[in-house]
Every structure is written in C-alpha cells, then in structure tokens.
Design a binder for this molecule. Structure first.
Ligand code: HEM
Length: 425
C-alpha cells in the first residue's frame, strides 16, 4: 500500500473530510476531498502560507549553521520565508527572465537527444535501457546546473564515470539525502564570481550571479533548493509524458505535427517564438501533470480557525488536499482517466473543455504565494526537451501498463523501456 492508497481508503470510508490522528506522535492531519473546501483553504492561507517541510530535513539544516546560514525556501516559514521569496521571485517567476535560458535548455536537450539516438541503435527494437529513467534525471540536473551556475556538470556524457560527482549527486538527490557534494560547485562558482572571473552582467546574469549580489547566503540556499526540488520533479514529469505519448499514438502524432511545423529540421533550435505557438505541447504537459503529478496533493498548516466540510478546524492544523484523486474522477473531468491533451486547448469547447472544471482541482505546482518557484523554469525545460524528442523520435510502449507509485513524490515506478525509432523526415 502506498500513500495514494491511503487517500483512496480515507475517501471511500469517510467521504469528503477526514482526519488521521498522530501516527508516531505526529500532529493529526486533515484530508480534504472536496474542491470547495480546498478553495477555501487556499483563499484563507494568508500572505505567509505555511507548508511544513520534511522534519528531518529541517532539523539537519538548523543543525548545520556552517552550511545553511539561510535555511532556504523549502524549509523557511513566516516573514523570513517571505523576505527570501521576494528576492527570488523576480528572477525565477518572471517569464521574460526565465526565457533567457532557452539557448542553454536547447544545448542540454540536444545532449539528451544524442543519447536517446545512441540507445535506440543498441538493439533491434530500439528499446531504451533499464536505467533510462535515470537518464531523464541526469537531463534535469544538467539543466538546473546550467541555470544556477553556468556549469555543465557533464551528467549526460556517455563516457562519464558512474562514480563521478555528478552521478553521486543524482543518487543523493533521488534519495533526498542530498548533502555536501553540490556545495563544492556552488562555492567554487561563488568564489569565481567574487574574484571577477566571470563576466556575464545585467541581462545575461544567471540565477546565482543575480542572487549573490544581494546576499551570498541566499544564493547558496537557493542553489541547493533548486537542485533538490528541480531534479526528481522535472525528470519525473518528462518521463510520464513520454510514457503517455507512447501509449496514445494519436496524441503523439498530433504533437509531432506541431513539432514538424515549428521545427523545420530535426536539429532546429526551440526559440521563444516557437514556444509561443506550441499550444498542443503545453497541453500535453498539463495533461501529464493532471494524470501523474509529482505531488498527489498539497500541504498547508492553517493560519486561522476555519470551517471545512462542516468541521471546526483550529488554527495550526495540518491539512492535505487530495488533487490527484479528484483529477481522476469523471464528475470533475470529462473522461477523467483518459489522456486527452485537447481538453486544455482554448479552441476546445463543450464537455471536454477544462473551462468546465474548478481551477482548484488541478494544481500541479501548488497554489498562491507559496506555489512552486521553479514552475516557469520547469515548464521551459520540459517544453524544449519534449518538443525536440517528438520532432526526432517515434515512441512505442509494447509492454504491460506502467505501474505508478507514491512515496514522497508520485510517478512511474518501473523501467521506462520505451521502443524508440528515429523520425524519417
Ligand atoms: C515539473 C516540475 C515541478 C513540479 C511539478 C513542482 C511542484 C512543486 C509543488 C507542488 C510545490 C509546493 C507548492 C505549494 O506549496 O503550493 C513546489 C515548491 C517548490 N518548488 Fe517545485 N516543482 C517542480 C520543479 C521545480 C524546479 C525546477 C525548481 C527549481 C527552481 C523548484 C523549486 C521549488 C521550490 C524552491 C519550492 C518551495 C517554494 C516555497 O515554499 O516558497 N521546483 N514545487
């Protein structure tokens, strides 16, 4: 049984609102399965919403003041969180700023494409290797490395040593025990910046360059958080989108038609203009996140007394929303268990259109001022890579249906052994 099964059982046995009382001495947690209650929770989260982090993580950060002079966004709360977030928001949340990374994203995606081609030539079915999922994590780590530190970690190099630092870093991030190794790169880079050894200024300055001018501790904490929050997540959604496209040839063909129109040659770069026209691509990513979000719900600690589902919920209660279950119910989304990206297109009308659904049901990046700060960056990474992959390759899934599991994160739980062929045109 995994965490999603626990949600299902709670919903089936107790309905829209339920409470799980302290396991292992933890505070009770309230489960919300009614979208009106979810909406009410968010609308009352205040200006400094509280989302508790993983406690061991918090403890570690507090106890290692030598490294974490600033605990970072993931674990900060209250006014301190707000101050940090206000510094980072203009850099990561403004579309114009994030789009500046499109060239780097193309370079990283090209390395991934090159590896996929290589793997597909290794056997007669073009089957991806057992650890292909890992390849996608390498792609997301490489993308984050480039954005934070202008550093090509070299994760996607086929000759890279399995014991190299980038490889160990991925292992560590996946285990959520990401510790010291990446600090080495962050510190090396900050030292370089301070010695004036890099010359990118103004418009071209990257995340760390911009932050370090404001506060070195904020820069360190943010670089670490980006590596923790930005690897497993983006890699998982890309993996799931490849799986769904392989299982749904019509959607795959529709996306390829868009890709061929927008990218004349297989190696054409993806530009801002390309992305502004790629409506189906964006719909595919949304539909993937609807059916397989990385987080099956979202956590908040209430900041005032609330009535939810008819119960008095005192200030300071931990509450979890159950978005994935709700997104898979036919009463909320038409043909809810089918992969139908067109539901997200503005041109789609009638029952299938997402406009008929409550916007609080679908929240893959969370909600409000505490929502994912890497949302725009993650979308940019995924859009560039996915468009290029579909422009270059045909995907098939000749196996049993994929198993999805939920631990802290949700996602595919078996090797992504897609069968991949190069597109001829
Ligand atoms: C597809 C990829 C991603 C998904 C689905 C995702 C999802 C989420 C979700 C659901 C939250 C909690 C939001 C809330 O409480 O309302 C979150 C928070 C966060 N994410 Fe992401 N994320 C992704 C990629 C990234 C990337 C690439 C970064 C790197 C910048 C990142 C950095 C963060 C940070 C720092 C937070 C904490 C924000 C805060 O508390 O102020 N995420 N993300």
């Amino acid at each position: 049984m995994d965490i999603l099964d626990v949600h299902k059982i709670f919903y089936e046995q107790y309905g829209d609102t339920s409470i799980m009382k302290g396991i292992y001495g933890q505070q009770p947690i309230v489960f919300l399965f009614n979208v009106q209650d979810i909406e009410k929770l968010y609308r009352n989260e205040g200006i400094w919403p509280i989302r508790k982090g993983i406690e061991s993580f918090q403890y570690y950060r507090k106890s290692r003041k030598d490294i974490f002079q600033n605990p970072g966004l993931l674990t900060h709360q209250g006014e301190e969180w707000f101050k940090f977030r206000s510094v980072v928001n203009p850099i990561l949340m403004q579309p114009r700023n994030v789009l500046r990374y499109v060239d780097q994203m193309n370079l990283v995606a090209d390395e991934l494409i090159d590896n996929i081609k290589y793997f597909s030539e290794q056997n007669e079915y073009g089957e991806m290797p057992e650890d292909f999922n890992h390849e996608l994590y390498k792609w997301s780590l490489e993308s984050i490395g480039v954005v934070t530190m202008d550093k090509h970690l070299g994760c996607l190099r086929r000759d890279s040593d399995k014991n190299s630092e980038p490889q160990k870093l991925i292992e560590n991030v996946l285990k959520m025990f990401q510790l010291i190794t990446n600090l080495k790169y962050v510190n090396q880079y900050l030292d370089k910046l301070e010695k004036g050894e890099t010359n990118e200024e103004g418009e071209k300055a990257n995340v760390l360059q911009t932050l370090v001018k404001l506060d070195r501790n904020v820069a360190i904490a943010m670089a670490i958080d980006m590596m923790i929050a930005g690897v497993d997540t983006t890699g998982r959604i890309l993996a799931a989108s490849l799986y769904y496209l392989a299982k749904n040839p019509e959607a795959q063909q529709q996306l390829r038609n868009e890709a061929v129109t927008l990218l004349k040659a297989k190696n054409s770069p993806v530009t801002k203009e390309t992305l502004s026209k790629a409506a189906y691509l964006k719909a595919v990513i949304k539909e993937t996140a609807r059916l397989s979000p990385i987080s099956i719900g979202n956590l908040r600690t209430t900041v005032k007394n609330l009535v939810l589902g008819g119960y008095q919920i005192p200030k300071g209660t931990d509450v979890i929303t159950s978005n994935l279950l709700l997104c898979k119910m036919d009463k909320n989304f038409s043909r809810a268990n089918e992969f139908l990206p067109e539901r997200w297109l503005s041109t789609t009308t009638g029952e299938l259109s997402h406009k008929n659904t409550n916007p609080f049901l679908f929240a893959p990046f969370g909600y409000g001022p505490r929502s994912c700060v890497g949302k725009r960056l993650a979308n940019l990474e995924m859009e560039v890579a996915l468009l290029k992959i579909i422009r270059n390759f045909e995907l098939e899934w000749p196996h049993e249906d994929m198993v999805f599991k939920t631990t802290i994160l949700h996602g595919i739980a078996q090797p992504l052994k897609l069968h991949i062929k190069s597109v001829k045109y």
